[in-house]
Design a protein around this ligand. Sequence first.
Ligand SMILES: C[S@@+](CC[C@H](N)C(=O)[O-])C[C@H]1O[C@@H](n2cnc3c(N)ncnc32)[C@H](O)[C@@H]1O
Length: 284
Amino acid sequence: MPSIFNARDADSYEQTMGRWSRRLAPLFIEHAGAAAGERLLEVGCGTGSLTFTLAGTVAFEELTAIDYADVYVAAARAKNRDPRIHIEQGDAVALCFPDAHFDRALSLLVLQFVPEPGVAVAQMRRVTRPGGVVAAAVWDSGGGLVPQRIFWDTAAMLDAAAVVQRGRAMSKPVVAPGGLARLFSAAGLADVDERPLLIRMEHADFADYWEPFLNGEGPMGAYVAGLGVADRARLEHHLRAAYLAGAPDGPRSFAAIAWSCRGVVPSVASASPARRGPAGGARK
Ligand SMILES: C[S@@+](CC[C@H](N)C(=O)[O-])C[C@H]1O[C@@H](n2cnc3c(N)ncnc32)[C@H](O)[C@@H]1O
């Protein structure tokens, strides 16, 4: 299974994560350094938070965006009015593009959901030209994503199954400090630079924090969808107390940090243990 992200519905994704990834996208673009005239690849475009932010800020020549989830690909395509953008279903660990085809390969909040993230980085390197840039970001789930931390710590106090899921969400090597940089170096990328990017996740009230989890989207949505009525009510009760933290219901602003990493494809090709050839040959 090349994806462990629970993708069900594009509108639910917007409520759960799209509104935040849109906010993160400009910071990521600044670090990734996308430039005018380039041919870009986006891996794991989802509903298009990075895709359409790129379109609004960078005069690229062409952007190919792929995602594993059909429902997100359909939603992003329906939104697209830009003839420079091509959106396709695809797999990060088996990119169907020729070697050195792109100037820059980007991926926002995807690699933590790919069981073999090192293979995905090696694939992004393969399809990027020498001197081009590969860049990716993941949430700092272990130490820098307050709303998720509240959710899983509360759930784990109530349910042993949530302890396992909390570990899966927060303790993957790829989300640890230096995790992306290690993958980038292992893929043979040069001038690797990893840094934190900070946004705030602002909620109007507890309902605005809690209700997106009820849509079943993403890992936390999938967990809530699997609970019975009584367990769900118990989780809601304890999450409400954590959200309120002794103050009346109303707006809260939570810090959310992502690790962003970029590296340059060296001019002289160097072999990488995780490297694979193109999976399906050239598309264009
Ligand atoms: C948290 S979402 C991020 C989406 C978008 N980049 C954004 O920032 O809103 C994770 C995305 O990774 C995609 N994904 C997971 N595994 C993938 C794979 N092997 N190949 C392509 N996309 C994948 C999911 O379908 C989902 O759209």
